[in-house]
Design a protein around this ligand. Structure first.
Ligand SMILES: C[S@@+](CC[C@H](N)C(=O)[O-])C[C@H]1O[C@@H](n2cnc3c(N)ncnc32)[C@H](O)[C@@H]1O
Length: 361
């Protein structure tokens, strides 16, 4: 049996490796599309029809981690809703005030203490906050309770690793690879099936939690057609991590058996796969579905940046599987390898961003 837990929070606290200081890549993805949500809310979101007596507006961020990106995403939505509310109130000669309540969801072992400790004071006056621990692949909030849900850079984290990738007798055995690098067709299929199943559960749960007319905003990374994960920089980082683990096994710091039972619970879909699973869910209308280049993929990323981005998102499940002290050992080796043989960023194929706004029917 693999020793994966079902949850893999980002690096907590606020030291140099924390997600707080190493989430610029995810933040840049948000920056690339945030105007789109604002515009949609201002032009098309119908607050009055949603609820003429609306006094508490509820927003949820699914897979919020520990900030600061979640605060940014929420503030963006609140600013747009406030403007829209003002406009609708003036047009309809209404005098009403709107209070905001924000639900921050993530796995129960997410560092919620750091999240709430670092909530900017100005935001505390802007909304009332609630922590919601639990997997977003099931219901985490009451039915019909949320007006806008959002999620960014989250659903490539699967609910678990498909069992067959650890089975030497299965055509979907992932050998010594440590993630779905798209080199073995059957492995890719096993991961894709898991992704499709997870995403449909995600959408089913959100459909129950959102009020009719409510919005679900989703931002994620995908692979353009014809691009394999091993050709991208995140793929190269993970394949090189695999090489480092093999070195560690040769030195007796870990074992080949442990590596064979390790495969990351990550799947970066093709856009047609994202679209397919969204279209299959009949509870939403698709208001916006766009793809954009990741702003940072157009620039030259440094090796340090790539390594520290991964150092902030990987530690929990690496430590759980390989044991104490192995995260430092692994990332020190990785840094050394890249200082000797830097990734040629120019030659890497690029991941893209999808941006979707769904309306609950
Ligand atoms: C890369 S971080 C993104 C955080 C934040 N949304 C951002 O854009 O910076 C992915 C987050 O998704 C959370 N996550 C992954 N699977 C989850 C699940 N099944 N339920 C709730 N949260 C999950 C992780 O714990 C992590 O905090």
């Amino acid at each position: 049996m693999s020793t994966f837990s079902q949850s893999y929070p980002m690096s907590g606290g606020d030291d140099q490796h924390s997600y707080i200081h190493n989430s610029t890549y995810q933040k840049a993805a948000m920056d690339g599309v945030e105007e789109k949500a604002k515009q949609y809310i201002l032009e098309k979101f119908d607050l009055l029809t949603l609820n003429p007596d609306l006094s508490t507006f509820r927003i949820a961020d699914f897979g919020c981690s520990i900030g600061p990106n979640t605060f940014h995403a929420i503030q963006n939505i609140i600013d747009a809703v406030k403007l829209k509310h003002l406009k609708e109130s003036q047009e309809n000669s209404l005098v009403s005030s709107l209070e905001f309540q924000v639900f921050f969801n993530d796995q129960s072992n997410n560092d919620f203490n750091t999240l709430f400790r670092t909530l900017p004071t100005s935001f505390e006056q802007e909304y009332l906050s609630v922590g919601v621990p639990g997997s977003f692949y099931g219901r985490v909030l009451p039915k019909n309770s949320i007006h806008i849900g959002t999620t960014s850079c989250t659903t490539h984290w699967l609910s678990g690793v498909p069992e067959q990738v650890f089975d030497k007798k299965s055509p979907a055995w992932n050998k010594s690879y440590i993630y779905c690098n798209n080199l073995i067709e059957e492995v890719t299929k096993a991961y894709k099936d898991q992704y499709t199943q997870d995403m449909s559960l995600f959408l089913k749960a959100r459909a129950e939690e959102l009020v009719p007319g409510g919005l679900m905003i989703m931002l994620g990374l995908y692979l353009p057609d014809g691009v394999a994960m091993y050709e991208t920089w995140p793929g190269i980082v993970k394949d090189t991590m695999g090489d480092c683990l093999q070195e560690m096994a040769k030195l007796g710091i870990t074992s080949h058996e442990k590596i064979e039972m390790f495969s990351m619970p990550l799947y970066f879909p093709y856009f047609s796969e994202v679209k397919g699973v969204i279209e299959e869910n009949e509870s939403f209308t698709i208001e916006l579905m766009e793809t954009v280049r990741h702003p940072l993929e157009a620039a030259e990323l440094t090796n340090d940046f790539m390594i520290s981005t991964y150092r902030a998102v990987m530690p929990t499940f690496i430590e759980k599987h390989f044991g104490n002290g192995k995260v430092d050992e692994l990332f020190n080796r990785l840094a050394k390898k890249f200082s000797e043989h830097p990734i040629d960023f120019e030659k890497c194929k690029k991941q893209m961003i999808y941006y979707v706004v769904l309306k609950r029917k």
